[in-house]
Design a protein around this ligand. Structure first.
Ligand code: NAD
Length: 261
């Protein structure tokens, strides 16, 4: 646990499921105030709020589509209105779908870029604007992916969005370091969440993914949430502009593990 996080406020986008939900619960355990953004799974949000309260934190659920400027503004406004501040912004909302690149429609390309990259941009901009106005040395955490580094055939739009997040994070880190605002990426590997539910329900497909992970197992959302808590806390005070890969070693060329090459 990180004592300095207690009582500070975070907005987490796409937090009604998967990694966002796990980060919300972890921040609750840190006794933070959490704005849980959602567009779906509304029925699950109340349970997350109650769990956070049982940990000693506070939380509210706020509907909002991260591709809509007004909705993202409302998330920051909700943090201010309900909890009086905003110290941590987690841009987590994301989508993916598999399609060979020659068949990738412009609509599909735009939708994925819109949620994953433009949504994160809006979250960064609104949070930074608020932090500058209120002289808060805040922390921005963008949930990227190993696919900001590893090319991913059939997921061209997804890989492009995560590559974009990498440069957005690095540029913002440089721009706002003089104000004490830290901007970092969190790069999960293969994590057991709804985004992967179909793939991991097939044992053969799951085994293929596990073979790409030096630590040998699919990660748990809580393991990503632990990395998010560290990036949010003052224990990472000298860290800005990085991608913290929490990927079981997936970015370390596992095909070479046996000395091949
Ligand atoms: P998930 O599907 O459980 O979570 C994604 C969340 O984003 C959902 O709650 C969804 O409702 C929300 N969302 C989608 N469109 C939105 C919009 N327009 N506005 C607001 N919210 C929206 O899957 P997850 O694995 O928890 O994914 C979370 C993030 O982690 C994503 O950015 C994803 O790319 C990234 N990631 C996941 C993995 C993995 O293996 N699970 C690996 C690398 C990166």
């Amino acid at each position: 646990m990180y004592k300095d996080l207690e009582g500070s406020t975070a907005v987490i986008t796409g937090a009604s499921s998967g990694i966002g939900r796990a980060i919300a619960l972890r921040f609750g355990q840190e006794k933070m105030n959490v704005v849980i953004n959602y567009v779906s799974n509304e029925d699950k949000v109340n349970a997350i709020v109650r769990k956070i309260e049982s940990f000693g934190g506070k939380a509210i659920g706020v509907y909002g589509d991260v591709t809509k400027e007004e909705d993202v503004k409302k998330l920051v406004a909700a943090a201010h209105h309900h909890f009086g501040s905003l110290e941590v912004m987690v841009n987590n909302a994301g989508i993916e779908n598999e399609v060979p690149s020659e068949d990738l429609t412009l609509d599909n390309w735009r939708k994925v870029l819109d949620v994953n990259l433009t949504g994160a941009f809006l979250g960064c901009r609104e949070a930074i604007d608020y932090m500058l106005e209120h002289r808060i040395k805040g922390r921005i955490i963008n949930v990227s992916s190993v696919h900001e580094r590893i090319p991913w055939p059939h997921f061209l739009h997804y890989a492009a969005s995560k590559g974009g997040i990498k440069m957005m994070t690095e540029t913002l880190a440089l721009e706002f370091a003089p104000k004490g605002i830290r901007v970092n990426n969190l790069g999960p590997g293969a994590i057991d969440t709804p985004i992967n539910a179909a793939k991991f329900s097939d044992p053969a497909a799951k085994a293929k993914v596990e073979a790409l992970i030096p630590l040998g197992y699919i990660g748990k959302p809580e393991e990503i949430a632990a990395a998010a808590a560290w990036l949010a806390s003052s224990e990472s005070s000298y860290v800005t502009g990085i991608t913290l890969f929490a990927d079981g070693g997936m970015t370390k060329y596992p095909a070479f593990q046996g000395g091949q090459g």
